[in-house]
Design a binder for this molecule. Structure first.
Ligand code: T3D
Length: 267
């Protein structure tokens, strides 16, 4: 059995998943990607979980793919056969990345240190990203002859536009968290000492909201990017109609009219 590289804890309705291979800045191995996918599946299936926080142990968030992983480590001797990196993506990254984007609850990244390569893609796949002031984002792929993956090509231009996306991806320069906030790549940069408390408070706030509608908002916005105006209007109507039959809408509207704090339960 592989060693556990994912730690899971829960405080109220907020579950925290901590990437934990600190000696390698939490770089991903294949077993770790499976463990992360399983942690996401477990959070999705557990009705007590209404918001997920992803963070890293030690001084890094995640340094992307572990380049010494035997699955992808190139042979350095003449005649050594190259390995198929696509196999790693198809079997380990893609299932995890798809699941993350489809979770029925909001997901928050608490970026405590460097987020490089697929580690940056993981953070940027989350619904909100809060980073400590010493954290940074690096599109490390170009330095090793690869393209952004784990959703990077899809996420970056959508988050910051084509020009900045290409700047980040081609140059592979370290982007400090404060600048990441300035260009709209992330939600907030906070002092390191305040990161954990800020993330947990934000997660608790999200957990108390109508999370089904929050997850539907993520999907509607992702989908709308591929639609024309009319299609988006129609898709909004379909989703709104479904949400309108939910308990959360009844509760939200009733609480507003009765001037009380709502208590949401849909998921
Ligand atoms: O096959 C495929 O690659 C397909 C999938 C691709 C997805 C990807 O994510 S590709 C991108 C892979 N990631 C990288 O290229 C980043 C490599 N790491 C770095 O550039 C630097 O480590 C950082 C900029 C992230 C941090 O620099 P620094 O100076 O703060 O730390 P460091 O000293 O470089 O690293 C600390 C330790 O972590 C070090 O180990 P040691 O020497 O103390 O035993 C280093 O080797 C290890 N480490 C960091 N990143 C990785 C890693 N070990 C394996 N793989 C890593 N990606």
């Amino acid at each position: 059995m592989s060693e556990p590289n994912i730690e899971i804890s829960q405080d109220g309705a907020v579950r925290t998943v901590t990437l934990s291979r600190p000696a390698a800045l939490n770089a991903f191995t294949a077993p770790m990607l499976v463990q992360l996918r399983e942690a996401l599946e477990a959070a999705a299936a557990d009705a007590t979980v209404r918001c997920l926080v992803i963070t890293g142990a030690g001084r890094g968030f995640c340094a992307g793919q572990d380049l010494s992983d035997p699955l992808i480590k190139p042979g350095f001797e003449p005649g050594d056969k190259p390995k198929d990196i696509g196999h790693l993506l198809d079997n380990y990254y893609i299932p995890m990345a798809k699941l993350l984007r489809q979770l029925p609850i909001p997901v928050l990244a608490a970026v405590n240190g460097v987020a490089a390569g697929a580690g940056a893609s993981l953070a940027l796949s989350c619904d909100l990203v809060v980073a400590g002031s010493s954290a940074s984002f690096i599109q490390a792929f170009s330095k090793i002859g690869l393209i952004p993956d784990c959703g990077g090509t899809w996420l970056l231009p959508r988050l910051v536009g084509r020009a900045r996306a290409l700047q980040l991806a081609l140059l592979g320069e370290k982007l400090p968290a404060a600048e990441a906030q300035q260009i709209g790549l992330i939600y907030r940069c906070v002092p390191d000492a305040e990161l954990a408390a800020t993330a947990q408070a934000l997660a608790a706030r999200l957990a108390a909201m109508p999370v089904r509608a929050l997850a539907a908002t993520r999907k509607a916005m992702d989908d709308a990017l591929l639609m024309n105006h009319e299609q988006a209007l129609q898709a909004e109507s379909v989703t709104q109609s479904q949400l309108g039959f939910g308990a959360d809408y009844l509760e939200g509207a009733a609480a507003f009219l009765q001037k009380r704090t709502p208590s949401f339960s849909d998921r």
